[in-house]
Design a protein around this ligand. Structure first.
Ligand code: 2RA
Length: 344
């Protein structure tokens, strides 16, 4: 049945991608409401040939709304997602506000779709009402690793990320472009977003540093994976991560080393990846051709390559691989809309 849909954060990069994905996937929409801050209210956007005016988000914005897609930051989600649920809407929230909250499902549809039903969340009868969209680097990593986890059980995982500017927002993308020009023109670089030059440089992820020496982004990947794999209690996959911001516009890349409980050959791994929804292989050793962020940009799939037996081991319980995924699309908007599709 067609739904009354609200988009919170409609003018942001992910909000705009929500509209793109909803249109492309012909999501059944009866009425559409675009919500944003007072500063953005009044702006217009077209959707399916019709012009919509962005309205200011208020506590009364969710009357008769069946589904609300949020991507406006954690504080907006914390304040307004419960109000939306109270009004009868199901919320799919792209912020980190509720990801680790007890009882709130954290979902990658290709990995743990059952979590939505287990939480008893339905259109018209939202119950706990909020479904959390995982962090983009977690989603992209799991798209590559989960098909292998199902075959041989991941015992330990070492992940290094190469994260695009889009993960830090539209302003970071603009700064990367501006700095690149300034560098090439021999001008002093403008540094408004990060405290160091971004163009032709890379740096440890800009999220908060924790006392154990890991930053927030690295810990999100660890904890979110345990929740999605239902390992919050009991045997957990050992995971360590290093997250880096690199001068790439909108697709993340990740290098992943895996240790398995059971043997899995390269051939078995490739077969599992070839059969996995949402995954494409670029794994041509002859041509030395493997995924790049530009292969993944604006695409739905995550692109996997460099699949090889880990030569530091003497058995078939270790693999290395490389994955690229569009941070705004599968890393945020597409995953959220695919969660919404589980509800209709
Ligand atoms: C990043 N994962 O790429 C974050 C975006 N929320 O910085």
């Amino acid at each position: 049945q067609a739904l009354n849909v609200a988009i919170v954060g409609a003018t942001g990069a992910v909000g705009q991608e929500f509209l793109q994905v909803l249109d492309e996937r012909q999501f059944p929409i009866a009425e559409l409401k675009l919500l944003a801050s007072a500063r953005s209210a009044g702006k217009t956007t077209t959707f399916k040939g019709k012009t919509y005016t962005v309205e200011e988000l208020t506590k009364d914005s969710f009357k008769n709304v069946d589904l609300a897609l949020f991507s406006a930051g954690g504080s907006i989600s914390k304040k307004f997602a419960p109000i939306a649920v109270e009004s009868g809407a199901v919320v799919v929230d792209n912020s980190s506000a509720f990801r680790m909250a007890d009882g709130i499902p954290l979902v990658v549809p290709e990995v743990n779709p059952e979590a939505v039903k287990e939480a008893g969340i339905k259109i018209g009868n939202p119950g706990v009402g909020i479904i959390a969209n995982p962090n983009c680097s977690t989603i992209i990593m799991l798209m590559a690793v989960n098909p292998l986890h199902k075959v041989a059980g991941v015992k330990r995982m070492v992940v290094s990320t190469y994260q695009a500017a889009s993960g830090a927002g539209a302003a970071a993308m603009a700064e990367l472009e501006q700095q690149s020009r300034e560098v090439l023109e021999g001008k002093p670089v403008t540094m408004d977003i990060f405290p160091f030059q971004y163009a032709f440089n890379l740096f440890s992820h800009n999220s908060d540093m924790k006392p154990n020496g890991y930053n927030q982004e690295e810990l999100k990947m660890v904890h979110e994976t345990h929740k999605i794999w239902n390992q919050v209690n009991g045997d957990q996959t050992a995971i360590t991560t290093t997250c880096v911001r690199v001068p790439v516009m909108r697709a993340h890349a990740e290098s992943i080393n895996l240790e398995f409980e059971k043997s899995i050959t390269e051939e078995e791994a490739i077969a599992a990846l070839e059969g996995a929804a949402g995954v494409s292989l670029i794994n041509d050793r002859e041509a030395n051709r493997f995924p790049t962020p530009l292969d993944a940009s604006f695409k739905d799939d995550c692109y996997v390559g460099r699949v090889r037996r880990d030569i530091s081991r003497s058995d078939n319980k270790g693999l290395d691989l490389f994955v690229c995924g569009d941070q705004i699309r599968k890393g945020a908007a597409l995953n959220a809309v695919q969660i919404a599709e589980l509800l209709v």
